[in-house]
Design a protein around this ligand. Structure first.
Ligand SMILES: Nc1ncnc2c1ncn2[C@@H]1O[C@H](COP(=O)(O)OP(=O)(O)O)[C@@H](O)[C@H]1O
Ligand SMILES: [Mg+2]
Length: 158
């Protein structure tokens, strides 16, 4: 069955670090439709920034390639997919480990995936060496408020 999304946008740009800010601001502007809190917006920006930086630094290294972003809004949730056609990741589980980095000389912290994981509700990484990488993240907006409402509804039941 085909999934129905309430809204969708697609972005494509070349892997120049100047575009990292453009990407994170664009996704944040799109996410604003869900009326997020400042904090939720900051979380989304940080996660997008980490994923896009990875495409620029790791996927394409010193070459210029295309970074694609597809963002979807579904009820109170944003789903962001960030992909490249770069070098790919050999061992995804290892790459996700906190402090693991293949570029320690570049003052990389190795915390990119850990940050994405903690600032978003879910993250899924698909990668094929020599083909590219796709990172899919999702976050529910106003989740705590919605949970709180549910709890008060339940407790007010007779
Ligand atoms: N888009 C990508 N393409 C290729 N390799 C990647 C990509 N994203 C991440 N990686 C690999 O995963 C490792 C961990 O990424 P991350 O947690 O963001 O740490 P850092 O970017 O600081 O190295 C990177 O060092 C790199 O080897
Ligand atoms: Mg990183």
């Amino acid at each position: 069955m085909e999934e129905h999304f309430e809204n969708e946008m697609n972005l494509e740009f070349i892997s120049k670090s100047a575009n990292e800010a453009f990407a994170r601001i664009s996704v944040a502007a799109f996410a604003s439709q869900l009326d997020p809190t400042i904090e939720e917006l900051a979380d989304i920006k940080t996660a997008v920034s980490e994923a896009v930086t990875n495409c620029i630094i790791h996927a394409y290294e010193n070459e210029i390639g295309i970074v694609k972003i597809c963002a979807k809004l579904k009820k109170n949730e944003i789903i962001v997919q960030i992909s490249d056609n770069g070098k790919g990741i050999e061992d995804i589980e290892l790459a996700k480990e906190p402090l693991y980095t293949t570029k320690p000389n570049l003052e990389r912290s190795g915390m990119g995936f850990t940050i994405m994981e903690s600032f978003m509700d879910s993250i899924n990484i698909e990668s094929i060496v020599g083909v590219g990488t796709k990172v899919t993240m999702s976050k529910k907006i106003k989740k705590e408020e919605a949970d709180q409402q549910k709890i008060s509804q339940m407790t007010s039941m007779p």
